[in-house]
Write a protein that binds this ligand. Structure first.
Ligand SMILES: Nc1ncnc2c1ncn2[C@@H]1O[C@H](COP(=O)(O)OP(=O)(O)OP(=O)(O)O)[C@@H](O)[C@H]1O
Length: 460
């Protein structure tokens, strides 16, 4: 984008300013070294650090429209990358509406390009970083346990699964079942919940002989009260706990959802970065049909379904030792469009209080199956020549795109994987091949997971 082209005022689009579009383009493709070399020398002369400081102080003149502070103090500047005279600023403007985000990015762009020695400026919208903020965001893996109906053994599966996982990794268990928070009683733990120095609620710790489990439940907050919570109040309380709980564990979080697929379940799944959901059902035909509908709903909401636990389908008589099918003729495989992770019999051993790290063989196997399914739930199934720029520093991204795109034969499909919306790349691809962006055929962007976009385009 050059000086006379107004940048888009769309909060989801990057804004760019290039003093010399040709030099910038050639520099990105790597075809002409002169521009980069000259810029590099200049940057060296100025000192990249000095330039970065000047950019930072220029950005301090840009105000956050929602608060009486500058964009730095408001935490909107995620990063500043300087490559010679090329500057890329990552701006965490997701919380603003499109128009405001566009306005702030435009003001930031203006401030950056007015800094002497800046040759091209680029402001990219990014999601605010959540690392180290506490709450569910700090867990590497989040597994939700759901059921279409109550009473099918969902909390039994959540607690035993969490106890099995706790033997292998630092695990937390979040009881989000606002209507019947029974995890504390199943694990035999109780409040009161204490706060840390910053006022964040600390989870209760359940202990086994060789492992521990962090537990937080709406049922621990005020005895009796959560059962009366409804609507907004319940949702606010849940969000507060999801966001603020000061977990000590950080590897895997198991979330026991309320039964059904109501508002609390869907908002929880949208607000919490869930890696996948395990659905619990009995083999009773109407329960299977409801579960099949829940599975469909989860998938429609982009929540991967890791598989199903079919509970209480069989009973072995302790007197005669015979096994009895409690739901003869049920059609688990035919009705459920999901992998069956475990089939658990009706057994009094599952009614006992589990301890972290000390679990039954059936739940140890379930924990293994769930971990495996969660590790591959977000696999993108990409061609081997896909260019993956996830996690790449901003200053390398355009170069990787240029190298990948220009190295293809005419008519070949270019595939790009990014951790942010790569739609603005269309313009760049056009520039690389001296075409207008609309002439790039087969251009499509698909958001495959909350953090992964896949772009495809045909090389002219
Ligand atoms: N496989 C099993 N064998 C024997 N009893 C079981 C089994 N699974 C669950 N139960 C028992 O069934 C009862 C209901 O289980 P649980 O509380 O886990 O269900 P739930 O689906 O979480 O119910 P809700 O969501 O309505 O609270 C409990 O008493 C539990 O001990």
């Amino acid at each position: 984008m050059t000086d006379d082209t107004p940048p888009p005022r769309d909060g989801n689009r990057a804004v760019t300013d290039t003093r010399d579009a040709t030099a910038d383009r050639r520099d990105a493709t790597g075809n002409t070294q002169d521009a980069t070399a000259a810029a590099g020398e200049r940057a060296e002369r100025d000192g990249t650090t000095g330039l970065k400081d000047r950019i930072e102080s220029a950005l301090r003149s840009v105000r956050d429209p929602d608060a009486d502070v500058n964009v730095f103090e408001a935490g909107l500047v995620e990063s500043i990358a300087v490559d010679g005279g090329d500057v890329t600023v990552e701006a965490a403007v997701a919380e603003f509406g499109d128009e405001n985000a566009g306005g702030i990015m435009q003001a930031m762009l203006q401030a950056v390009r007015d800094v002497p020695a800046v040759e091209s400026a680029h402001v990219e919208p990014v999601a605010p970083s959540t690392e180290g903020e506490g709450g569910v965001a700090d867990f590497g893996t989040v597994i939700a346990v759901a059921s279409a109906k109550g009473g099918v053994g969902k909390s039994t599966v959540s607690t035993n699964l969490a106890c099995a996982l706790a033997g292998e990794r630092a695990t937390g268990l979040f009881d989000a079942d606002i209507h019947g928070p029974n995890v504390p009683s199943l694990l035999d733990v109780s409040g009161p919940v204490h706060s840390d120095d910053e006022g964040s609620p600390l989870p209760i710790r359940a202990s086994g002989s060789d492992a521990e489990l962090d537990v937080m439940s709406v049922g621990l907050m005020e005895s009796g009260a959560p059962l009366a919570w409804r609507g907004a109040m319940a949702h606010d309380a849940l969000t507060e706990l999801f966001t603020n709980t000061a977990w000590r564990a950080d590897d895997t979080l198991v979330v026991d959802l309320p039964p059904g697929t109501g508002d609390v379940v869907l908002t929880t799944l949208q607000e919490v970065p869930v890696d996948g959901v395990v659905v619990v059902t009995t083999p009773f035909e109407s329960s299977l049909e409801d579960t099949a509908r829940s599975i469909e709903l989860f998938r429609d909401n982009d929540v991967p379904v890791l598989g199903a636990v079919v509970n209480m389908g069989e009973f072995t008589c302790p007197s005669c030792g015979d096994s009895h099918d409690l739901f003869p003729g049920s059609s688990v495989e035919e009705t459920l469009d999901a992998a069956v992770l475990a089939e658990l019999p009706f057994s009094t051993e599952f009614q006992e209080t589990p301890a972290p790290g000390e679990t039954t063989p059936a739940f140890a196997r379930l924990a293994e199956a769930v971990s495996e399914a969660a590790a591959t739930a977000w696999d993108l199934d990409l061609p081997t020549d896909a260019v993956d720029i996830r996690g790449e520093p901003p200053e390398h991204r355009r170069q990787r795109v240029a190298e990948g795109f220009t190295s293809l034969d005419s008519g070949a499909t270019f595939t790009l994987v990014s951790d942010r919306d790569p739609t603005p790349v269309r313009e760049f691809l056009g520039g690389l091949t001296d075409r207008s962006p609309s002439d790039i055929e087969g251009f499509a962007v698909e958001r495959r997971t909350p953090d992964d976009w896949v772009l495809t385009a045909t090389r002219p």
